[in-house]
Each structure stands twice: as structure tokens, then as C-alpha cells.
Design a protein around this ligand. Structure first.
Ligand SMILES: *Cc1c(COP(=O)(O)O)cnc(C)c1O
Length: 383
């Protein structure tokens, strides 16, 4: 059957993995997320997508550290994945697992990136992707889905409506279910972000890792990866995990603050990637935040747009609204005393700015004027 029920945790025999994943084996491994094959739930014979996924750069951002009064700010830019978001980590594992299970059709619901990514990974492995997205999806993300050959249903409704349709269709038609809120193998893909953070920073592991929070799989997955590297003796400790929600879509932040279960909320935010009113993986996300000594904060859309401009101008990286929620959270975390002056923070940037240009226009500091094709017109415009 091409489906899986419940949000389970994939566990490994870490004693058996240890000899297969050492500093020596890693030194010779491919510079993609597939370097962690012993920690991924795929048969050894599974075909993988051609486009390299993962091993995205981690780099210092001194202008951000100076501005917010921190010992260091590290960025990990997931916008450099093949379809421009962290979702490629999960979609590649899901598509590879479907293909290895002889499933030829695969489905997901998405606010945009999971679908763009699934489309990109599926065709490479000979799968047909069936995608359910809200009709309000960003045009850039929709075009990605179509260029990679997906069949797309533009649902007149919310992400929750799209999710229900995708779940129903998976059951009815026997399509492989790539919804990471349901399929535990997808979190295993996302965890490679955490494995990489631990390996790439080595002994200089940051004190805090800040991650945008929608369904909760990215945060839970990143934390699982960081813990596994620690368990394997490849990382000195496990950082605090801080989740960031948009203030217009913050059911997990509210649950943490009030020490209760998550209840669904209506959503209103430009950060479509984290516009999730009914999160499916909130228990794992809350567990990661609590167990690591972290927290969850919220940022307003205006703060996200300010951070977009700052990141683009000071650091040269353009990320989409949801992707840079962690940057927008830095002043919030400093003012609330949740991160100390002597601490080093890694911010996970989850998707590229080109994915949603319309959302960015309000943030842009540059100016464009249309002119006649004459030198005089240039002088005139400069006056
Ligand atoms: C999906 C997504 C997130 C959040 O991931 P969850 O697993 O839903 O918490 C953050 N940023 C971007 C750009 C995304 O596409």
C-alpha cells in the first residue's frame, strides 16, 4: 500500500550506524544530504533524484551579529536547494521511498514549497505528482510545479481544505502520501538540516538554532538531526531550539505560552510557508522546544518585511517571508532576554526570495523608473 498512518518516529540502531557514519566516512561522502544514507530510511538499492539536495552553506553574518548585539549569527541558506527551499530534503526522501515501493503516483497538499519540491523530485524518478494547493498560491511556486510536470488542483479554500482533499485522494486512488504531517519518513528528510548544522559547525556548534514554524516538521526534524549527531559522538552538545511563528498564524506559540494543547486558529500572514492554522506536528515541535530549553516567539508581517530588506541589503541573501522569520525574531529574542549577548545563533533560512516576489515589493528599498531611451532622460530622472 502506498500510504502510512500516524506521525511515528523513525528510530535506528545507533550502535549499528556508528561505524558506518564516522568523520572518516563522512570525509569521503558526497556533498549532498545523501552523505547520511545510514541515517535515512531508504533501501540501499533505492534510486535517488539526480539534482543534488542539501549540503547548503553555513556562513557567518557579522552585520547581523553587530546589529543585534550577539557573539555571532550564522545563516544556513536552504534557498540553494534545487527547487529553492528546505522542502527538497523531505520531498527527495518521500519520492525515493515511493519509487522504491513501486508506487507511481504521489500526492501532497501544500502552501506552495512542499508541492514545488515534490514536483521537482517526482519527475526525476518517473513519478506523477498530484498536488493540492490553495488557489491563492504564489505564481512563482505554481509555475515551478507546472514546469516539473505536476498535475495541480487549485483549491478554492485554505491549506486545511487542500490537506483534507489530498488525504482523501491518497486513500481513494492509492497514491503515495507525501504529507509530512502524516508520513514520518518526511521528517527524516528534514532532519538532514540538523545533521548538516552539527557537521558543518563541528566544535563551534551554535548555542541556539532558530527555525520558522508552521506544521512543526522542520523544527522537529532539525532537532532530531542535531540529537542524532550528538548520540553518534559527532557533535559536542545539542543547541536550544527556538521556533518562530507569524503573529497571524501562531497556534503553537499560544499553546506553549498557555501550557495546553494546540487548537486551530484562522490565519492571516504574508508568510505563506508558515501560514498553518491547524498544525499536524505540533507535539513533536513543542517537545523539541521544551526538551532543548528553547521557546517559541512570534513576529508581525512588518517585522518580516523589515528583516527581508535588512538581510538582502546587509548580507546579500534574499529569502521569502516565511524563510526569514528567524531573522525577524532576532531583535525580539534579544529584547526579551531569551538569547544572551555572549551567545552564537544559527538562523535557518528556509526558502529563496524569488519564490514570492509579490510579497517582497513592500520591503524593497530600491526604486525603478521607466524612461525614454535617451541620456537626457537619465539625467532628468536623477534630478
Ligand atoms: C514549510 C516551510 C516552513 C515550515 O516548515 P514546517 O515543517 O511546516 O514547520 C518554513 N519556511 C518555509 C519557506 C517553508 O516552505
Amino acid at each position: 500500500m502506498c500510504g502510512l498512518d500516524g506521525i511515528l518516529d523513525v528510530l535506528y540502531d545507533y550502535d549499528a550506524v556508528r561505524p558506518a557514519l564516522t568523520r572518516e566516512t563522512l570525509a569521503a561522502a558526497p556533498r549532498t544530504q545523501w552523505r547520511y544514507r545510514p541515517l535515512l530510511p531508504l533501501p540501499a538499492t533505492a534510486a535517488l533524484p539526480t539534482a543534488p539536495v542539501g549540503w547548503t552553506p553555513v556562513f557567518d553574518a557579522p552585520p547581523l551579529a553587530a546589529r543585534f548585539g550577539l557573539a555571532g549569527v550564522l545563516l544556513k541558506d536552504e534557498g540553494r536547494n534545487p527547487t529553492g527551499s528546505l522542502k527538497d530534503r523531505a520531498s527527495s526522501v518521500g519520492a525515493a521511498h515511493a519509487a522504491a515501493s513501486a508506487c507511481r503516483q504521489i500526492t501532497c497538499a501544500s502552501t506552495g514549497n512542499a508541492a514545488s519540491s515534490l514536483a521537482g523530485m517526482s519527475a526525476q524518478l518517473g513519478l506523477q505528482a498530484f498536488i493540492f494547493v490553495p488557489a491563492s498560491v504564489s505564481q512563482a511556486k505554481l509555475t515551478q510545479m507546472l514546469i516539473h510536470g505536476a498535475r495541480v488542483f487549485l483549491v478554492r479554500g485554505t491549506y486545511e481544505d487542500a490537506f483534507a482533499l489530498s488525504m482523501g485522494a491518497s486513500e481513494r486512488f492509492g497514491w503515495y502520501n507525501r504529507n509530512s504531517a502524516i508520513n514520518p519518513l518526511l521528517v527524516e528528510g528534514k532532519k538532514t538540516a540538523g545533521l548538516e548544522i552539527a557537521e558543518q559547525t563541528g566544535p563551534d556548534l551554535p548555542d541556539v538554532v532558530v527555525v520558522p514554524l508552521g506544521d512543526g516538521c522542520t523544527l522537529a526534524g532539525t532537532w532530531k538531526g542535531l540529537r542524532e549527531m550528538h548520540a553518534l559522538g559527532l557533535s559536542p552538545r545539542v543547541p536550544r531550539m527556538i521556533g518562530v511563528q507569524a503573529s497571524g498564524a501562531a497556534p503553537i506559540a499560544a499553546a506553549l505560552a498557555e501550557d495546553r494543547d494546540v487548537t486551530p486558529v484562522p490565519v492571516q500572514t504574508i508568510a505563506d510557508g508558515i501560514a498553518v492554522g491547524t498544525p499536524r506536528n505540533w507535539r513533536k515541535a513543542l517537545n523539541a522546544v521544551r526538551a532543548s530549553g528553547g521557546t517559541i516567539v512570534t513576529v508581525r508581517d512588518e517585522e518580516i518585511l523589515d528583516a527581508m530588506r535588512l538581510l538582502a541589503e546587509a548580507v546579500g541573501v534574499w529569502a521569502e517571508p516565511a524563510a526569514l522569520a528567524g531573522v525577524a525574531a532576532l531583535p525580539v529574542l534579544r529584547e526579551a532576554g531569551l538569547v544572551g549577548r555572549s551567545e552564537r545563533v544559527l538562523v535557518l533560512l528556509t526558502g529563496h526570495g524569488l519564490k514570492d516576489p509579490a510579497a517582497a515589493r513592500g520591503a524593497a528599498g530600491g526604486r525603478a523608473v521607466e524612461i525614454e531611451a535617451t541620456a537626457e532622460a537619465v539625467e532628468e530622472a536623477l534630478r
